[in-house]
Structure formats: structure tokens, C-alpha cells
Write a protein that binds this ligand. Structure first.
Ligand SMILES: NC(=O)c1ccc[n+]([C@@H]2O[C@H](COP(=O)([O-])OP(=O)(O)OC[C@H]3O[C@@H](n4cnc5c(N)ncnc54)[C@H](OP(=O)(O)O)[C@@H]3O)[C@@H](O)[C@H]2O)c1
Length: 295
């Protein structure tokens, strides 16, 4: 098979391209300059030239505040983009792997969400991604929807700009005596390198459908920061942020832990715990024993 990866210079797309190449697949990495998924014409013409057997869509508009400010654009990319890819994938008889989000849930369950749980997004971003999922379910034939959470990887997240949470914490710790981080948002921090491996594994099967795909276990952002500093032996005075110290500009789920139920049922779940994923990220990127700051 040959593979086309959309969003190839993004945080996740970079690792997805590398993983397909590592396992020997002929891989075309497409950036926004190469293809605009919000245009059916662009999507059809670029993918018709490549004629891939597998299309992986990591592209999205996912800056939550910007989606709220520009809802039309968010729907064009996240919903119509998914529809355009579903149409072209069907025309080419290609498999379509589409990355979605934990933000389709409202967080009220307070227990890990499984694929069958009712989605109830709290913001434009989550709603536009949910609409994209619905287009795939309605229009694509061979599709995999892969919902994930709290990504970090070696390549910067283009939508958010600059550093991921891990690198940002280490930078701030080297600049400040004290850091305060929220303890009331629970996630499963997931390494893009681990997710890329899972996407390759899944796309080589014919088990199409909806999948949750995150690192095992969960933590608050405060606990995640504390673990980053423990592993890297970083000395900083880390505190829990006061309630409403960092008020969210846009409503977000306070709890968005996903259970990889579908992958586990098939014996395909390749994720380790978020702790192990973090250790691997820090050691691969030479940050394992860094002394980033003192208090
Ligand atoms: N980051 C997270 O914490 C997180 C959590 C859960 C789910 N997700 C999902 O995971 C996926 C990957 O996220 P990421 O962190 O890798 O994002 P990212 O670094 O921002 O990469 C997104 C890529 O999409 C491209 N893109 C945007 N609009 C496009 C369009 N209309 N046509 C073609 N390409 C377009 C961007 O290019 P330009 O920058 O040049 O526009 C960029 O290369 C997304 O589907 C996101 O919704 C992310």
C-alpha cells in the first residue's frame, strides 16, 4: 500500500510520516501548502495524483479559542474537510484514518469514556470535530476514527505555536522560582510517537470503525507537571493553581479520559501508561536528566 499523510509537518503528522517510513511504507507527506482539505477540488486533485491505499488525516483547526472566534472556518476544516476526504477516499477505494478528539465529550461522566458514550461537546472545536466524525460515518466506507487526547511530540504543535506542555514546563522551570498549574482538568497525556505507532497498526487491519487511542491511565495537568520535574530531576517550587487563577476563555471538559476499549477488544492496543510514554519522550529527546532550574 502507499500512504498519504495530511498535516505532515504538524505535531502528530511528523511522527506518523516517520512511523510509516520506518515500517517500509511508501509515504507521501502533505502539508497545508500541498493540499487544502476544506476544498473538495484540492483534496480530489492532490489525492488522485498520488492514489494512496491509505489516507491519514491529522490536519485540523484545533486552537480552541480561535475556533470560537471563527466557527465557520473551524467547520470548513474539521467538518467539511472530513467530508471531502471521505468522498475522495471512497472514490479511490482507500482506507481513511481520521484523527478526532476527547473534546467531543463534556466531562460529566467522571469515568473513562468508551466509544459508545454519548458525545456532548462544550465548544465550537468539539462540535466541529464531532460533525467531521458524522460525515465519515455517513460517507466513508473504509474508515477509522481515532479519538485522542492531550498530545505532545518532538515537532511543535502548529495550531498552538511553540512548545508542547512538557517542553513549556521545563522552559518555565528554568526561568522562574515558582510554577502554578491547574489540578482540576483530568486528561491522558499522549505521546505523538506512541499514537503514530497505533495508527500504523490499526490501518494495517480491516477493523474499520471508531477507536479511542490514548496513553493508559490519567492525571491532572499538575500531576503531569510534577512527574515531568521528577523524571528530569528539575528543582522548582510547583504549586496547585488557585481555583479560577487561570479562567478558561472557552468551556472545556474537566474530565476527558478515554478508554481504549475498541483497541483492547481486538488485542491491538499498543499504548503503555502515560508515565512510560513521558519517560520515553524525555529520553528520546535528551531531556531525561536535565537540570532545568532551581528554586
Ligand atoms: N494537540 C492536541 O493536544 C490534540 C488533542 C486531541 C486531538 N488532537 C487532534 O490531533 C490532530 C493533530 O493535532 P496536532 O497537534 O498534530 O496539530 P498541528 O500541529 O496544529 O497540525 C495540524 C496540521 O494541519 C494542517 N492544516 C490545517 N488546516 C488545514 C487544511 N485546511 N488543509 C490541510 N492541512 C491543514 C496544519 O498546517 P498549517 O499549520 O500550515 O495550517 C498543520 O500542519 C488534530 O486532528 C487534532 O484535532 C490534538
Amino acid at each position: 500500500m502507499s500512504v498519504a499523510v495530511i498535516g505532515a509537518n504538524g505535531q502528530l503528522g511528523t511522527d506518523v510520516v516517520e512511523e510509516y517510513q520506518r515500517v517500509g511504507e511508501e509515504t507521501a507527506g502533505l502539508t497545508h501548502a500541498d493540499i487544502d482539505i476544506s476544498s473538495l477540488e484540492s483534496t480530489r486533485s492532490v489525492l488522485n495524483d498520488i492514489r494512496p491505499g491509505v489516507i491519514v488525516n491529522t490536519a485540523a483547526m484545533h486552537h480552541v479559542e480561535n475556533c470560537e472566534k471563527e466557527p465557520l472556518r473551524a467547520y470548513e476544516v474539521n467538518a467539511l474537510g472530513a467530508r471531502n476526504l471521505a468522498i475522495v477516499a471512497r472514490e479511490l477505494d482507500a482506507k481513511l484514518v481520521h484523527v478526532s478528539t476527547d473534546y467531543v465529550f463534556d466531562g460529566a461522566k467522571r469515568q473513562p469514556y468508551v466509544e459508545e458514550d454519548r458525545a456532548a461537546p462544550l465548544n465550537v472545536y468539539g462540535n466541529s470535530k464531532l460533525a467531521g466524525e458524522a460525515f465519515l460515518q455517513g460517507s466513508a466506507e473504509k474508515y477509522f476514527i481515532v479519538r485522542t487526547s492531550a498530545l505532545y511530540g518532538k515537532s511543535p504543535c502548529r495550531a498552538k505555536g511553540g512548545r508542547n506542555f512538557v517542553d513549556m514546563m521545563l522552559k518555565l522551570a528554568s526561568e522562574r522560582d515558582e510554577l502554578r498549574v491547574v489540578d482540576d482538568e483530568i486528561v491522558s497525556p499522549t505521546s505523538t510517537a506512541e499514537l503514530a505507532k497505533q495508527i500504523v497498526i490499526l490501518s494495517r487491519t480491516n477493523h474499520c470503525g471508531m477507536y479511542h487511542a490514548t496513553a493508559e491511565g490519567s492525571c491532572s495537568w499538575y500531576e503531569f507537571a510534577r512527574t515531568i520535574f521528577e523524571i528530569t530531576n528539575t528543582k522548582v517550587n510547583l504549586k496547585i493553581a488557585a481555583p479560577n487563577e487561570f479562567p478558561a476563555k472557552v468551556p472545556r471538559p474537566k474530565y476527558s479520559v478515554l478508554e481504549n476499549q475498541g483497541l483492547k477488544k481486538l488485542g491491538l492496543n499498543s499504548f503503555a501508561s502515560w508515565h512510560e510514554g513521558l519517560q520515553a519522550y524525555l529520553s528520546t529527546n535528551g531531556l531525561h536528566s536535565k537540570q532545568a532550574g532551581t528554586s
